[in-house]
Design a binder for this molecule. Sequence first.
Ligand SMILES: [Fe+2]
Ligand SMILES: [Fe+2]
Length: 336
Amino acid sequence: MYTQSFNVPDGSGKTVPLAPSNEDPALQAAFDVRIDADGRIEPQDWMPDAYRKTLVRQISQHAHSEIVGMLPEGNWISRAPSLKRKAILIAKVQDEGGHGLYLYSAAETLGTSRDQMLAGLHSGRAKYSSIFNYPTLTWADVGVIGWLVDGAAIMNQVPLCRCSYGPYARAMVRVCKEESFHQRQGYEALLVMMTGTEEQKAMVQDAVNRWWWKCLAMFGPPDADSPNSAQGMRWGIKRVSNDELRQKFVDATVPQAKVLGVTLPDPDLKWNEERGHHDYGQIDWNEFWETVNGNGPCNKERLATRVKAHDEGQWVRDAALAYAAKQQARSIKEAA
Ligand SMILES: [Fe+2]
Ligand SMILES: [Fe+2]
C-alpha cells in the first residue's frame, strides 16, 4: 500500500549520514560508477553502510505499512454489503499481507532479520504510513481508501520499480500490478454508490472529505523539508520528489473526482494555466507529524491489534519450526 515517502526518521534517534562513505574508496568508486550508469545493486554487492541502512529503514517501513494497512479495511470484511464486495475486499486485504511479506524478504537480503524488524514495529519505534492511523467509519471509506490511498501508493511506488536496489525494485513490479486492482475496485465501488440514494452519495462525499488531505500528506513533507531526499535521489532509491509526486496525484485525481461527482474539499484547488498543473491549499503538517509520532486517533489501537495478532500466531510459527526440524531429522537419518 503506501507509502508516504516511507522514509521518515524512526525513533532510534539515529540519522543517516548524508556524506558519501569513505569506508573503502575503491569499492565506493565502483559503486558510484554503477549508480551513475543506472545499474542495479544486488545483495552480494558491496554497498556503503549508509545506503544499506537507508534501504533497511525504507523497505521495513514500507513492509510495516502494508501489514498495518490490512487493519482499517479488515474491519469491514465481516460487514461488506454483498458477497461480491466481501470477496473483493478479502482479496485486497490478502494482497496487502503478501506485499508486506515480499518487502520483509527484500529487507532481509540486506542483513536485517525479520524478528528485528518486527520488534521495531511492535515496540512503536519503527514507523509505518501514518494514513493507517485514521478510522474507517463507513463502508464508503473502503472505496475511498482504494481510490485515493491505493492511488497515492501507486504514484509513489511506480518509480520504485526503477530503484537501484534489485530486490526492492523487483518486488515493486508485482506490488504495483496489485495496487492497480486495489485502486480500480475502490473507484468502481464508489461509482456504484454514487448512482444510489442521497444517503449513499452523502456517505461517499463525507469519506472523501475526511481522507483527501491525509492522502496528500502521504507523499511526505515538502521537498524543502526533506533533507534525506537528495541523498536518496543520488543513490537512485528515490526517483521523483515528494512535491512532484503529490502534484501528479492531484492532477490525476481532479478529473476522476469530476466523473465520480464528488467535490474535493479544498477551496484553493484550481487549474493554473501558467504552470500546467492544479494549485492546491496548505497541508496541515502539524497533524501529520503528530500522527507519525504516535498521537493520531488510532495509533494505539493499530499497534495493539498488530501485537495481539503476532502473539496469537506464535503457535503457527512454533508448529512450522517443529515440522521443519522433524523433516530435517528424517533426511539426516535417511542419508545415514
Ligand atoms: Fe493496496
Ligand atoms: Fe499494498
